[in-house]
Structure formats: C-alpha cells, structure tokens
Design a protein around this ligand. Structure first.
Ligand code: OGA
Ligand code: MN
Length: 209
C-alpha cells in the first residue's frame, strides 16, 4: 500500500482527528489492494464463512434484525493473507500515529469483514458498549466499486461528540476510503443499502485481548 501513496494522508488524517474526532480519507488503500480484499471477502462468503452479526457482548450477544442486518467474518491473526497483511500494516502505522499524536495507549486492532445485503442497515449506535472502555477508535475501509449517489448504504455520522440529533455527514462507502472516529463520541448509522455493501470494520483497543 506504500506504493499507492496513501500514507501521504496520515498527517491530514491526524489533523482531522484532532479538530473533529473523525476523519475520512479517500484512497487510503489503492484500488488494486481494495479489490484484492474485496475478492477475499467474496471468496470467504462463498465458502459460507460469514455469520449474522450480533448486538451486545458476551452471553448477551444476540441477532437483532431490527437493529442490524449485516453478516460478518472476524479477521484472525495468523491466517491473514498478503492483502490483509498489507492493510493491517497500514492500520499499524495509523495506530502508532494515533498513539504519538494523542498520547493514547492503543494496543491492538480487532476487525471483521462486513457484508450488507440489499436492503440491510444498521441503526444509530455508538461502538463502545456501555460500561466498557476497550474500543477507543473505529476504523472502516470500504470495498465497493462504482458506488453511485442513490445507491444508499451511506455511513451517517453525527459530527458533534455525544449528539445524535444535530449535524451529520453522509459518507458513501467507496472503494479504498477509510473512515475513522472516536468510538465513544460519534453516533453513527448505516443507511439502508440498495446494493450489496462490503467493508472491513474494526477497533483499536486499549487493552490486550
Ligand atoms: C459497525 C458500523 C459502519 C459502516 O460495524 O459498527 O457502524 O459504515 N459500521 O460500515
Ligand atoms: Mn458502528
């Protein structure tokens, strides 16, 4: 991914995180790398590796159709492919930059592929489950080619910390775009999608897992 020139955006991303608590970076991953990841996502889906995503944690984890309708496959350390390795290496640079810049003690990254079938959504939520302190920063890479206005599936991200009524941005899930935000602060939602929507979503945590 170094060849894609994507890391030129790191400083810009840090500034956005500092000023607003969220950032959007088109071209974080090159088209070739993003399509490679998308292909892996598809192959794993064809193998039947995906599961309906749950809501809640631990024993409270349950599938709730009225809240979210995506299917996920967690990335496993050790069996990452070359494509995944490359992407994870870019996130490692992001993690180190966040730690340096904000004096955070971000430790690791846990992520999953996500597929939203046509019509699927994820209602407004915060990524840090109540009563937990592990997920500090959310990072999402979108894997969708030729996304057009009108295709739906936007990430609706409320821009003021703690506020889910005020100003928001709508971000199209375009191939290679990275979005990152403070997990505790920003309410967000995935609008119903009119095309199958693919991504890698994950979280930088403070604690070892
Ligand atoms: C999530 C989530 C947003 C997106 O998986 O928690 O909010 O744009 N995803 O895929
Ligand atoms: Mn979320």
């Amino acid at each position: 991914m170094g060849q894609s020139g994507a890391y030129g955006g790191m400083q810009e991303l840090m500034e956005a995180m500092e000023q607003r608590g969220w950032a959007q970076m088109a071209g974080w991953a090159s088209a070739v790398d993003s399509l490679g990841l998308r292909q892996e996502c598809e192959a794993a889906c064809d193998r039947g590796d995906f599961r309906r995503a749950g809501v809640g944690k631990g024993v409270g984890l349950e599938v709730r159709d009225e809240i979210r309708q995506d299917h996920v496959l967690w990335l496993e350390a050790g069996d990452d492919s070359e494509q995944q390795g490359k992407f994870l290496a870019s996130l490692e640079l992001l993690r180190l930059a966040l730690n340096r810049h904000f004096f955070l003690g971000l430790f690791g990254f846990d992520g999953h592929f996500a597929i939203y079938p046509v019509g699927a959504f994820y209602k407004a939520h915060l990524d840090r489950p109540t009563g937990t302190s592990d997920r500090l920063v959310t990072a999402i890479l979108y894997l969708n080619e030729d996304w057009q206005p009108g295709d739906g599936g936007e990430l609706k991200l409320w821009t003021t910390a703690g506020d889910r009524d005020g100003a928001f941005v709508l971000i199209e899930p375009r191939l290679g775009t990275l979005v990152c935000f403070l997990a505790e602060n920003h309410w967000h939602e995935v609008m119903p999608t009119k095309k199958v929507r693919r991504s890698i979503t994950g979280w930088f945590s403070q604690a070892a897992r």
